[in-house]
Design a binder for this molecule. Sequence first.
Ligand code: ADP
Ligand code: MG
Length: 448
Amino acid sequence: MRTTDAVWLAPGEPQEIQSDLVSRFQQEYGRAASGTWFAPGRANLNGEHIDFHAGRCLPMALAHGTYVAAAPRTDGQLRLRTLDASLDDGITTVTPDQIGPAAAASGQDVSGHWSHYVSGVLWALRELGRSQPAFAVDADFGADLLVVSTLPIGGGLSSSAALECASILAFLALGTPFGQDNPLQDLNAALTRENRKDLAAACVRAEVEVVGAGTGGLDQTAAMRARPGKVLSLDCRDFSVTPLDIGCILRGYRLIAVDTGEAHRLADGQFGDRRADAEAATRLLGLDRLRDALPEQPRKADVSHVLEEFDRLAEQLETLDGRSVEACRRRLHHALTEMVRSEKLHHLLSGEAYGVRHIASTVGDILTAGHMSMRDDAEVSFDIADLVVETALAQGAEGARLIGGGFGGSVLVLITPAAIPKLTAALERISRRIRLLDVAPSAAAQAL
Ligand code: ADP
Ligand code: MG
């Protein structure tokens, strides 16, 4: 029992984490923090590698997330420290001339230091403030920040977006008229849905333009706009969201995220490579965004039609924009079937037509089909993830799949509570680095 407990990664008690962080801030910077902000990680029921194709994604916020304690400065500098043991290298100072895409691209630090996520967000908020005066960041604004997270870092549960979203709330609170008008927790009620959408978009700009990672907006939307108890059905054509009740899946079942302990690095080339394959296929089809290849309510037959069209257009080609035609076709196949799975889940979760057992097994089948597609078509899975999926299914899970960008990360499992002890024991035999997180759909980013 003891070993089994050890594999669970608890979200912790937010108030305790906050008060520890605030006292640590005092020690670190020799002054009091002005506040603490939190943003959650996420698990995605379906919709990997399709946010940038305008597909539908179905994320939920975790109770696990990232906490940022901060106090303002008036010299434009950022001083940053993370308490994550693997990344902590003391206080990093970022001067105003080092903030923004140009500074990041000038290559003084090509190693992708974590501080770029935070300085990138300050730059992106300044950009947003140009068109929205309430969000205009004071010219000399800077801040001291201390970061702690209850998420695995690089574990496919979106620690990067959690860091961005907690940081942007800190900057909004401490450096803008909006923050001055809505101090401390007043910020939470003052933020409209539209505000949250704009702030999520700013975080996307930070990750794409400053960090240089190819994120499509799923993670930041989940962190900034999730609702407790809901799956956020996100239409990436216009970033509109429909919160859907998850009760019908979770009645008699649990969702668990299995962190494989294999961290990925999305800033590396592989993720961008997969995306480039799919984009080459999209161009061949003559489309700006791949979602438009399918009708509003797509079926399997629609996928076949698009693939036939692709084969016809690719017939005489040896390569496609210098890429393997077969690889591009597999990425296309993944993206299209993933879109169909998302629409099917959206439909299932919106309706009331199914019995408990039926909906869980249907959702489970969709999860598992999603994994096979990640493995065989997107080709972003890896040995431990495949083994975790196989093991979960062998232990009676309704379904399991790799979530996140792949090349490391976590597997989402739908299973009955009764089957969990055997599953955890089996997972412990696979790798000592495996950790389990309970997926309890939680609230979005907020001031604490
Ligand atoms: P994921 O978002 O799936 O966890 P990413 O590779 O997108 O994985 O993001 C991980 C990166 O984000 C880390 O390498 C680090 O640069 C940054 N990061 C995330 N959380 C923290 C944290 N708590 N402290 C410092 N940096 C962090
Ligand atoms: Mg990330």
